[in-house]
Design a binder for this molecule. Structure first.
Ligand code: PMP
Length: 353
C-alpha cells in the first residue's frame, strides 16, 4: 500500500512564460519577435491546393519532403537534418538527448529563458555564466568541466552577435560535450556556425521558420549537424512521438524554404527597418547593444523601462519587458514594418515628453 500523497510524486516545474498573444486586434505587436510580413506566396498555394481528405492519413514520420528541402537549401545530407515542432521542440529533444551527464550544462545568465526550464524539467544540472557589462559572452567561462553548452547567436534578448572564431574556440575546447548554437535570429545579419559542423562532430546548429521565414504559427524548427548527432536525436524523438510534423506543415515548410527570393527580400526589409529604428531610438535617448537580430534591446537614459512598457501597452503597442535582475530597465522591441515602428516612435515621443 502507498499511503503518501500522490502529489509527492508529481514532476513539479515552473513553466516557461511566452510573450503575450493579445486576444483582440488593433494591436501593434512588437513583443514576440514575429515577422511582420506573411510567408512566401508559395505557402499560400500549398494551402489552396491541399486535399482535406489526406488528413485521414498519418504523416510521414520522417517528414522527408521537408527534411530534403532543408538539406538542399543548406547543401548538407538529409541525414544531417532533424526537424521538429518549432525550434523549441528541437531544442527540447536536444537537451534530452545530449545533456545526459552529472556535470552541469553551461549557458549565459541572460539568454533565452527556456533553457533553464528544460534543464529543470529534465533534471539536468546547470550553471548560468554571467555575461559581461556589455552583455557579451566570455569564452573562458565555457572552458571548464561541463555536461554540454548552449547559447543563442545572436543572443536573446540582447541581439548581440558573437564571432565565429569565438564559437569555434568554445567548440574546439569541449570535445567531451555537445555544443548547441541556437540560431533562431541568425538570418538577420549574423554569421552562421553551420560551416563548422563539417569540422566538429560535437556542434549542433538549431534554426527556425518562426522568424526569418514568417511561419511562427506553423511550428517548424530544425537542427543541422553531424549524422551521428542527428541519429541520436531521432532515436529519442521516435521514443516519444513518431508523428510530430503534420502533413500540411511538412508541405508548407518545404514550399516556404524553396522561395529564396522572397526570403531575401523580406529579411532585407526587416534589417533596413532595424537600422532605421536604431537611429530613431538613439534620437529618443535610448541606448542598446548593436543588434544583429529582428529586435532591439533598449534602455532609456531617464525613464524606467517598466513605465514605458505600461504606457505603450495602454496605447496598444506591445513590447517585451522582464522584471528580472540585470535587465529590468530594458525593453525588447521586435522590428515590425516601417509603419508600425513609426507609430511606436510617435507614441514614445509622447510618453517621454
Ligand atoms: N530560440 C530563441 C533564442 C528564441 O528566442 C525562440 C523564440 N521564442 C526560440 C528559440 C523558439 O522559437 P520557435 O519554437 O518558434 O522556433
Amino acid at each position: 500500500m502507498n499511503t503518501g500523497s500522490w502529489e509527492n510524486n508529481v514532476r513539479k516545474v515552473v513553466p516557461y512564460v511566452p510573450g503575450e498573444q493579445p486576444k483582440f486586434s488593433n494591436v501593434i505587436k512588437l513583443n514576440t519577435n514575429e515577422n511582420p510580413y506573411p510567408p512566401s506566396p508559395s505557402v499560400r498555394k500549398v494551402l489552396d491546393e491541399y486535399n482535406c481528405a489526406d488528413m485521414r492519413l498519418y504523416p510521414d514520420p520522417d517528414a522527408s519532403v521537408l527534411v530534403n528541402a532543408i538539406a538542399e537549401r543548406y547543401g548538407v545530407k538529409s541525414s544531417q537534418v532533424f526537424v521538429g515542432v518549432g525550434s523549441d521542440d528541437v531544442l527540447s529533444v536536444a537537451f534530452l538527448t545530449f545533456f545526459n551527464s552529472d556535470k552541469p550544462v553551461l549557458f549565459p545568465d541572460i539568454t533565452y529563458s527556456f533553457y533553464d526550464v528544460w534543464a529543470d524539467v529534465y533534471r539536468i544540472p546547470y550553471i548560468q555564466k554571467p555575461l559581461d557589462s556589455d552583455f557579451r559572452i566570455n569564452p573562458d567561462d565555457y572552458k571548464c568541466e561541463n555536461g554540454g553548452i548552449i547559447f543563442p547567436n545572436p543572443n536573446a534578448p540582447t541581439g548581440c552577435e558573437e564571432s565565429l572564431e569565438m564559437i569555434e574556440d568554445i567548440v574546439k575546447s569541449n570535445p567531451g560535450s555537445v555544443v548547441i548554437i541556437d540560431e533562431a535570429y541568425v538570418d538577420f545579419g549574423a554569421e552562421s556556425a553551420l560551416s563548422l559542423t563539417e569540422k566538429y562532430e560535437n556542434l549542433l546548429v538549431v534554426q527556425t521558420f518562426s522568424k526569418s521565414r514568417s511561419m511562427a504559427g506553423m511550428r517548424i524548427g530544425y537542427a543541422i549537424g553531424n549524422e551521428k548527432l542527428i541519429k541520436y536525436m531521432n532515436d529519442v524523438k521516435f521514443s516519444i512521438n513518431s508523428y510530430t510534423m503534420t502533413p500540411l506543415t511538412i508541405l508548407c515548410g518545404a514550399a516556404g524554404i524553396k522561395d529564396e527570393e522572397y526570403f531575401v527580400r523580406t529579411v532585407n526589409k526587416i534589417t533596413e527597418t532595424r537600422e532605421y529604428s536604431k537611429k530613431r531610438l538613439a534620437e529618443l535617448g535610448f541606448t542598446f547593444p548593436d543588434s544583429k537580430s529582428n529586435f532591439i534591446f533598449a534602455s532609456h537614459k531617464s525613464v524606467p523601462a517598466s513605465e514605458i512598457f505600461t504606457a505603450l501597452k495602454e496605447r496598444k503597442i506591445y513590447v517585451r519587458y522582464w522584471n528580472k535582475e540585470k535587465i529590468n530597465n530594458h525593453l525588447r522591441i521586435s522590428v515590425g514594418t516601417r509603419e508600425e515602428m513609426d507609430e511606436l516612435f510617435g507614441a514614445l515621443e509622447g510618453i517621454l515628453k
